[in-house]
Ligand binder design. Structure first.
Ligand code: NCD
Ligand code: ZN
Length: 286
């Protein structure tokens, strides 16, 4: 048996929800991880300084005695520079959702227009606040992420000093794009390193493997595994662990989200070992 020591493992994309669900699941992340980037898509989404502070407190209360650093985010909307200045020390990033693209994203951005969004994005750039993006169009489900590549490209060029994180990438096109511009980075989930659409819908439909973006083709998974296990500095682990009540997963009209927090670090370790890349795991998770 081999002992592996990991320093400061981080989950850079985590849904902790709220209320009873938060109390139930927060300890399942804090047992393995020393911190996480907390997604703001509550109902209503986190969009004021008071909401950030209060949600962080509820998270710390739910965790109890573990040492865990919840890195907070705001839900993207047009914010003034004054507001961003005042909230900057409380947040680690701002998360942009195209309107209606995924769970609780109805209040997201209708059109990603670099001119209309410039005041907020320039202010974020000046204040060094990273922009996390759920990068999907509302096109055909297998093409949504690829169709979004031109938006990433446009943003990367228009705001060269803004750190842009391509969240939960699932395609070989995204693997290429993240390496094309210095200011693009990406998170990768554990499920997208393990499964393809075949696992979700190729046999009996597997609602617990259904998430957005949906798992793609074998060649996409291969590109993701290759970059994740290579030690490449542009990609990092973000579980996108996204639990829903069982009644929302196992019904007619399944909510999107895969709940991986309790096992993600163990599964990643197995995957890196299988790929002879255990020495690259530390880089990926921290
Ligand atoms: C997430 C959720 O349930 O909040 N669902 C998902 O399928 N990944 C939202 C998200 O990150 O898209
Ligand atoms: Zn997510």
């Amino acid at each position: 048996m081999q002992t592996i020591t990991l320093n400061n493992p981080l989950d850079m994309h985590l849904h902790l929800r709220d209320d009873n669900m938060l109390k139930l699941i927060a300890p399942l992340s804090s047992k393995d991880f020393s911190g996480a980037l907390i997604m703001p898509n509550l109902v209503p989404p986190i969009s004021t300084k008071d909401e950030v502070i209060a949600y962080k407190k509820r998270i710390l209360d739910a965790i109890g005695y573990d040492t865990f650093n919840p890195m907070m985010t705001l839900f993207f909307k047009p914010y003034s520079k004054e507001f961003l200045q005042s909230v900057k020390d409380e947040i680690s990033a701002i998360k942009l959702y195209p309107a209606g693209i995924t769970t609780n994203s109805e209040g997201g951005v209708e059109t990603i227009d670099t001119v209309a969004l410039a005041p907020t994005l320039n202010a974020m750039s000046e204040l060094n606040i990273p922009l996390c993006i759920h990068g999907e169009t509302n096109g055909f489900v297998m093409d949504r992420e690829t169709e979004f590549m031109s938006v990433y490209e446009e943003l990367a060029i228009a705001f060269p000093k803004l750190k842009i994180i391509m969240e939960h990438i699932t395609t070989k096109d995204a693997v290429k794009m993240v390496q094309k511009y210095d200011n693009l980075y990406a998170t990768i989930t554990v499920q997208h390193l393990l499964i393809t659409l075949d696992d979700v819908a190729g046999g009996m439909l597997q609602p617990h493997l259904f998430c957005k973006p949906i798992a793609k083709r074998y060649e996409d998974r291969e590109a993701l595994v290759k970059i994740a296990t290579s030690g490449n500095e542009k990609v990092m682990f973000g579980s996108d662990s996204a639990p829903h009540p069982k009644s929302m997963k196992e019904n007619c009209g399944c909510a999107a989200g895969v709940f991986t927090a309790p096992i993600s670090l163990q599964v990643l370790t197995q995957l890196f070992e299988k790929n002879n890349a255990l020495d690259k795991l530390q880089r990926f998770i921290s």
